[in-house]
Design a protein. Structure first.
Length: 127
């Protein structure tokens, strides 16, 4: 059994571009037309995610956890793909914090999508 989260978006074209061009997701299904409202199914490795601009599908401002074996490499890749930074490479515009070690045993960074949903990229580590 799989649990596939639905992320609400205001503009499907903008959200799809961000998730596929910057965050390394791949479009695998959904509506052919990207007009709003619509929905798109994305994958990243074995995991799936649904983007939806349908009213009532999800809430703006939700948080999702995406696991990774190397959050530092993922962070660098996203910056290379256009994750904007405001001049200071350690304080990107859409990133709450660069990769940091947390006291609860993970290394992580947070990214806001165009609709203020937060993706927390997490790697387990042994402190």
């Amino acid at each position: 059994m799989a649990i596939i989260p639905t992320v609400r978006c205001k503009n499907m074209k903008t959200s799809l571009a961000f998730y596929t061009s910057v965050l390394d997701f791949e479009r695998i299904g959904g509506d052919d037309e990207l007009g709003d409202p619509s929905h798109i199914v994305l994958s990243r490795g074995e995991d799936q995610l649904i983007l939806s601009s349908h009213r009532g599908d999800g809430e703006f401002g939700q948080a999702l956890v995406v696991t990774s074996d190397d959050v530092d490499a993922v962070f660098r890749k996203f910056r290379d793909r256009g994750l904007r930074t405001p001049g200071n490479p350690n304080a990107p515009e859409h990133v709450h914090e660069g990769p940091i070690d947390q006291s609860w045993g993970t290394r992580e960074f947070y990214v806001d999508d165009p609709d203020s949903n937060t993706l927390r990229f997490v790697q387990n580590y042994a402190p």
